[in-house]
Write a protein that binds this ligand. Structure first.
Ligand code: 5GP
Length: 138
């Protein structure tokens, strides 16, 4: 399986599609999932092409996981979370829908189940979550 340059996250990286940006550094970019399964549900991606974990190189994995850790700690503060769930899917059989490597960061609260997938969040709510995360990262 090869990398598709036209996938949605490649277009977000190229600035061709909008996103609710949370953070970027030399190797990674992070933005809110547009159909959040929890408040603050965000995605961390490498800036360079990788279809998923199966073709990513160790440098991409290291950069992505360093950002996942940094943003998980910030999300604990931003959302007064009790914990963080990390999800990462590879190929259709593994649950992957967008074919640019991404790691889900999901702030969690005890006793609160994840919401079902597939429901778009209101723009105002997502903007508020960006503000919370940016404040926690300052
Ligand atoms: P996965 O490939 O990990 O199974 O799922 C892809 C994730 O990307 C889903 O959680 C979905 O809500 C999210 N997603 C799909 N399209 C977009 C989009 O255009 N923008 C953003 N920010 N997230 C998206």
């Amino acid at each position: 399986m090869s990398y598709d340059n036209d996938n949605i996250f490649a277009k977000i990286l190229a600035g061709e599609l909008p996103c609710y940006k949370i953070y970027e550094d030399e190797g990674t970019f992070a933005f809110l999932d547009i159909m959040p399964r929890a408040d603050g549900h965000l995605l961390v991606i490498p800036k360079t092409p990788a279809r998923n974990l199966l073709d990513a190189n160790p440098d991409q994995m290291a950069a992505v996981m360093a950002t996942v850790q940094k943003l998980s700690k910030a999300a604990m503060r931003a959302f007064a979370a009790g914990g963080i769930t990390i999800q990462q899917f590879n190929e259709a059989a593994g649950g992957q829908e967008v074919y640019h490597l991404h790691v889900h960061v999901l702030p969690r609260h005890k006793g609160q189940a994840l919401r079902p997938p597939g429901t778009m969040a209101d723009a105002d709510i997502l903007s508020g979550h960006v503000e919370k995360m940016r404040a926690a990262l300052e």
